[in-house]
Design a protein around this ligand. Structure first.
Ligand code: MLC
Ligand code: AMP
Length: 513
C-alpha cells in the first residue's frame, strides 16, 4: 500500500507489459520494483522516511527510466519536476532554481551539464542508473492531497510558472479520461510526445499505467518512424498535437502508392485517435479521415486543469469543435464583467472540479488572481457554446501567448531575452498563423544601429538561451514598432507586418530567415 491509487493499480497487473522502449519491454512488476528502488535511494540520501514534498527534478530521455523515476519520487513522498531534454542550460537552471529542487536526477548524457547546475543551485545530484537499482526499503504511506508534480508552463508572465498538482488532482484527471475514452488493460499506445508537458505525461503515459495498458515511448517524434511503428504493431490508441497529424499526412503523401494502402490500414486498425493541445484545422481532420477512416476526436485541456472538454468516444464528433464537459469537470462561460452566461453564448471558459490544480508554485498572487468566486479557474481561452452545450474554441484572450507545434510559448519571455542582445534596441514577438505549426514564433526587431544582427546568428544566440521551440523562425527589421496613442505596441499590427497585410513607414527590410 502507498496511499496513491495509481501505484495501487500497478500492483494489480504485475505480469503485464507496462512500458516498451528502444531497449525492450518491461512489466508492471518491474516498474514497481524499479520505482521502489528509486524511492529507497532518495530516502537514504535524504536521511528520512518521507521526502516531505522535497522537489526532485529529473531529466531522462523517454524510456523505461522515466516512469520508474517519476513513480519513485512519488513513492518517496517527493514532488516530481520533469525537465525538458531539449532545454539549454539557462532554462534548466531556471526550473531547478524556481522549484527549489533539493535533488536532481539525470541520465548519463545530461550528467555533465546537470551536475554543474546542481552544484550551483545546491541540489544533490544523482545519475539515473545509480538510483534505479538496489534493494527496496519501507516506503511511506501518503495522503493523496499532497503535492505530486510541478509542470512548468509559459503564460502571461514573462518566465514560466510551476503548475502544482496533487496526487488527487492527477487521479481525477486520469480517471475522467479513462471513463470518457474507454481505456482498458487491452489498450496499447505509442507516445511520440515530449515528457515535460501534460499531454504526453498524463493523457498518454499515466492514463495507460492507470488502466494496466501498454505504453511505447519514442525518444523523439519522426513521421516515417511512426508510420513504420503503426504498420508493425497493433496499437489501439494514438494521441498527438495537430502538427504531428500534419507531418503524418505529409509522410503518407510522400510514401510510394503501394505502401500507402498498408499505412492506411494500420491506422484504421486502431480504436481511437485523439488530437489536442492546439486547434485542429478542419482540413487536417478531413484529410486524416480520408486516409485512415478516423474522425479525429478533438478535445480541449490545459496544464492547470487536465482535460475539460471532449468530443464523444461514441456518437457524433463535430469538426472544429471540442465537445462537451468531461466526467467530473464543470465548465462554464463568463462575460467581460465575470457574469456567468447561460444557453448558447460566447465568453471566457472557466473550469471547476477536483481536476483543477492546487497553485502556481510559490506565486500566491498569480494563484489567487487566476480564480474567481466559487473556486472557478479562469482559463483565458474564449469559446462559443451552442444550444446543445457543445463548445468551440475561439482563441486566447492574451495576444502574448503563442501556440506553436502544441507548445505554449510566452512572447514576453522571448522579448525579454532578445532585449538583452547588444544590437537590439527594441522588439515585439508575435505568433503568426501557420498551416503546419498553428502559429509561428516571429520577431520584429528595432536594431540599435545599422541593420541589426543577421537572422542565422541571432537564432544561434537565442538557441543558447531558449528552448528550440521558442526560438523565432522569422525576423523582420523595422525602424519602429507599430504603437497606439498610449505608446503600447499593437500586436495584431506586428503580425500584419509578417503576413504582408500591413506595410508601415517603419518597415525597412524584408523578412530575415
Ligand atoms: C519550431 N521550429 C520551426 C517552427 N517552430 N521551424 C519552422 N517553422 C516553425 N514554425 C523549429 C525550431 O526552431 C527548432 O529548430 C525545431 O523546429 C525544434 O522544435 P520542435 O517543436 O521540437 O520541432 P520538431 O522536433 O520538429 O517537433 C515537432 C513536434 C514538437 C510537433 C513533434 O513540436 C512536439 O513534440 N510538440 C508537442 C508539444 C506538446 O506536447 N504540447 C503539449 C502541451 S500540454 P532547430 O533548428 O533548433 O531544430 C497542453 C495541454 C493540452 O497543451 O491540452 O494538451
Ligand atoms: P498548456 O498551457 O501548454 O497546457 O496549453 C493549454 C492551452 O492550449 C489552452 O489554454 C488552449 O489555449 C490550448 N488548447 C488546448 N487544446 C486545444 C484545442 N483542442 N483547441 C484549441 N486550443 C487548445
Amino acid at each position: 500500500m502507498s496511499g496513491i491509487r495509481l501505484i495501487e493499480n500497478l500492483a494489480q497487473n504485475e505480469e503485464r507489459t507496462a512500458i516498451v522502449d528502444a531497449d525492450g519491454e518491461y512489466t508492471y512488476g518491474r516498474l514497481l520494483s524499479a520505482s521502489a528502488a528509486v524511492a529507497s535511494r532518495l530516502l537514504e540520501a535524504g536521511g528520512a522516511d518521507d521526502l516531505g514534498e522535497k522537489r526532485v527534478a529529473f531529466i531522462v530521455r523517454p524510456g523505461f527510466d522515466y516512469p520508474a523515476i517519476l513513480l519513485g519520487i512519488w513513492r518517496a513522498g517527493g514532488i516530481a519536476v520533469p525537465l525538458c531534454v531539449s532545454h539549454p542550460d539557462p532554462e534548466l537552471e531556471y526550473v531547478i532554481k524556481d522549484s527549489g529542487a533539493g535533488f536532481v536526477i539525470a541520465g548519463e548524457e545530461f550528467a555533465d551539464r546537470l551536475e554543474g547546475i546542481s552544484a550551483a543551485t545546491g541540489a544533490g545530484f544523482f545519475l539515473s542508473g545509480n538510483v534505479i537499482q538496489g534493494d527496496a526499503a519501507p516506503l511511506p504511506e501518503l495522503d493523496e492531497r499532497r503535492r505530486a508534480m510541478i509542470i512548468y508552463t509559459s503564460g502571461t508572465t514573462s518566465r514560466p510558472k510551476g503548475v502544482v498538482t496533487t496526487h488527487a488532482n492527477i487521479r481525477h484527471q486520469i480517471a475522467s479520461l479513462a471513463c470518457a475514452w474507454g481505456w482498458t488493460k487491452d489498450d496499447s499506445i505509442l507516445n511520440p510526445l515530449p515528457l515535460h508537458h501534460l499531454h504526453g505525461i498524463l493523457n498518454v503515459l499515466l492514463s495507460a499505467l492507470w488502466s494496466g495498458a501498454k505504453c511505447e515511448l519514442l525518444t523523439k517524434f519522426d513521421a516515417v518512424r511512426v508510420w513504420e511503428k503503426f504498420m508493425r504493431n497493433s496499437y489501439t490508441l494514438f494521441m498527438a498535437v495537430p502538427t504531428i497529424y500534419t507531418r503524418l499526412i505529409r509522410a503518407w503523401n510522400e510514401a510510394p502508392p503501394g505502401e500507402r494502402k498498408e499505412m492506411s490500414e494500420a491506422a484504421r486498425r486502431m480504436r481511437l485517435m485523439v488530437s489536442g493541445s492546439a486547434a485542429l484545422p478542419v482540413g487536417t481532420l478531413l484529410k486524416w479521415e480520408e486516409i485512415t477512416g478516423h474522425v479525429l476526436l478533438e478535445r480541449y485541456g490545459m496544464t492547470e486543469i487536465g482535460m475539460a472538454l471532449s468530443n464523444p468516444l461514441v456518437g457524433k464528433r463535430t469538426p472544429g469543435k471540442v465537445g462537451a464537459p468531461l466526467p467530473g469537470v464543470e465548465v462554464a462561460l463568463i462575460d467581460e464583467e465575470g457574469g456567468t452566461l447561460s444557453g448558447p453564448a460566447e465568453g471566457e471558459i472557466i473550469v471547476r472540479g477536483p481536476n483543477v490544480f492546487l497553485e502556481y508554485w510559490q506565486r500566491p498572487e498569480e494563484t489567487s488572481g487566476s480564480f474567481i468566486e466559487g473556486g472557478w479557474f479562469r482559463t483565458g481561452d474564449a469559446a462559443e457554446r451552442d444550444g446543445e452545450g457543445i463548445y468551440g474554441i475561439l482563441g486566447r484572450k492574451s495576444v502574448d501567448i503563442i501556440k506553436s507545434g502544441g507548445y505554449k510559448i510566452s512572447a514576453l519571455e522571448i522579448e525579454e531575452v532578445l532585449r538583452e542582445h547588444p544590437f537590439i534596441a527594441d522588439c515585439a514577438v508575435v505568433g503568426v498563423p501557420d498551416e503546419e505549426w498553428g502559429e509561428r514564433v516571429s520577431a520584429a526587431l528595432v536594431p540599435s544601429g545599422g541593420d541589426g544582427p543577421a537572422g542565422d546568428t541571432l537564432r544561434e544566440w537565442c538557441r543558447e538561451r531558449l528552448a528550440p521551440y521558442k526560438v523565432p523562425t522569422r525576423f523582420l527589421t523595422v525602424k519602429e514598432l507599430p504603437r497606439n496613442q498610449m505608446g503600447k505596441v499593437v500586436k495584431p499590427d506586428v503580425s500584419a507586418l509578417f503576413t504582408g497585410e500591413m506595410k508601415t513607414r517603419a518597415e525597412s527590410g524584408g523578412a530575415k530567415q
